[in-house]
Design a protein around this ligand. Structure first.
Ligand code: F0G
Length: 421
């Protein structure tokens, strides 16, 4: 196994620790394509094997070849694929939702983390680290705790949800709060990783992306190995976009799917450097100062920009943006049909609706989107929308009453009348 620079092709041994090529380029894990049969993966479903029951390691032939003893798995994946007619109607097209919030720590990051932490342990890392808007930090902290490795996480002070901060603290890593935004925290952890030899677990780490490929593999397996026409993902640091593109290429090369889906990346309007670059044909890339209610994707200078650009070129991909109010309205709908997700995850549905309205996605096409995080990841956003007036008429507020039969009768009569309408 080796790592290969996506810019200049220089290779590095896979058992070493290197964040970037000496030319500055991002690295990929080079996986030699071999033909694979669907049966191999179908037979593994429902197994109790410690490693193969993971929704990442089920696809072991497409993952880095670590020895069994190095693999730390909780296990992850095996998440639900939902379809709801009300959401398809709202989006204007048939949509499947892969709920990655159903992973062990409540986000898709766990798929990458099992691969990243296993590599860290295999290479003898003494300390692991990341910068995070809250989900990566919770995942790093949980997997480091499982592996018995010390961890240090860098988070932008005051810019991650209370739930994510609490979850991260609880798993026991060292926490450095940076007075600045995610991009500042990312710069600091990258520099610290180089200077102190700390093992970096952000999506700059190519092993993280290997694990995240499994979201696509598991989705198409559940779709009977029929590739959708589109895969739509929210874009922040663009690790997921990079992993998705690699997964599509490898699934095609292995003969697991026979058509290439197009990739659509959805960014929040206030955090859309990829969108601006895509609009100008990738002639110029300019980082932005990011601002959005979807704190998970409040990122102005994504580390995986060049990989995401290549994925968009290779899959005839598109990028769109959605406003904060579109994100929250689409989150409220996903919640209300009983699925639920965190705000950033709902950018996917909001983006689909926009792309259908623009005629980019056409009715009759099959669309897959990833719900990247659990609804309990950001309860502040729910309370602000429903209880503090953000959601207007669509918001639900609790009815407060005394313990009085008359008052209850009035309220229930009203509820029953509305139910009968
Ligand atoms: N959705 C959620 C819920 C996220 O937490 C993130 C990223 C994304 C989408 C964007 O994915 O970075 O691969 O483009 N969260 C990171 C973190 C940055 O630190 O938890 P991406």
């Amino acid at each position: 196994m080796e790592l290969r620079c996506i810019e200049c092709g220089t290779t590095y041994p896979g058992h070493g620790v290197v964040n970037r090529c000496t030319c500055g380029g991002l690295l990929d894990v080079a996986i030699a394509p071999v033909p694979l049969q669907h049966d191999l993966f179908d037979q593994r479903r429902g197994t109790s094997d410690r490693i193969l029951r993971s929704g990442v390691w089920r696809y072991r032939e497409l993952m880095p070849p670590f020895p069994d003893s190095a693999i730390i798995t909780k296990p992850e994946g095996n998440t639900n694929l939902y379809r709801d007619q009300r959401l398809s109607d709202w989006g204007g097209v048939d949509i499947w939702f892969k709920h990655e919030g159903e992973n062990p720590t409540g986000s898709f990051k766990d798929r990458g983390m099992t691969a990243g932490i296993s590599h860290a342990r295999w290479t003898g890392a003494a300390l692991v680290a990341c910068a995070s808007t809250g989900n990566t930090s919770a995942s790093v902290a949980a997997y480091a705790a499982t592996a018995g490795l010390p961890a240090v996480v860098f988070i932008p002070e005051g810019k991650i949800s209370v739930a994510k901060l609490g979850q991260t603290i609880a798993y026991g890593p060292h926490i450095i709060q940076v007075r600045g935004d995610f991009d500042a925290a990312m710069r600091m952890v990258s520099a610290a990783s180089e200077r102190f030899g700390i093992y970096l677990l952000n999506s700059l780490n190519p092993f993280r992306l290997e694990g995240q490929k499994a979201i696509f593999f598991e989705s198409v397996q559940e779709l009977g190995w029929q590739a959708p026409d589109w895969v739509v993902v929210p874009g922040g640091n663009l690790g997921n976009t990079a992993a998705l593109g690699k997964a599509i290429k490898e699934a095609l090369a292995a003969g697991l799917i026979n058509a290439m889906p197009r990739v659509a990346v959805v960014q929040a309007e206030g955090a859309a450097p990829l969108y601006h670059a895509w609009r100008n044909g990738f002639r110029a890339y300019t980082p932005v100062r990011a601002a959005t209610v979807a704190s998970a994707i409040q990122i102005g200078d994504p580390v995986n920009y060049t990989k995401a650009r290549n994925v968009l070129r290779e899959t005839e991909g598109v990028v769109t943006t959605v406003s904060d109010s579109e994100i929250l309205a689409s989150k409220a709908l996903i919640d209300r049909v009983g699925i639920g997700c965190e705000p950033a995850s709902a950018a996917g549905l909001a983006g689909i609706r926009r792309l259908v309205a623009e005629g980019v996605i056409t009715p009759g096409e099959r669309v897959l989107t990833y719900l990247t995080g659990h609804m309990l990841k950001d309860t502040d956003a729910i309370v602000a929308w429903h209880l503090q007036g953000g959601g207007g008429d669509a918001a639900k507020t609790p009815i407060v009453i005394d313990e009085a039969p008359d008052a209850l009768a009035r309220v229930l009569t009203d509820i029953l009348e509305h139910a009968a309408l």
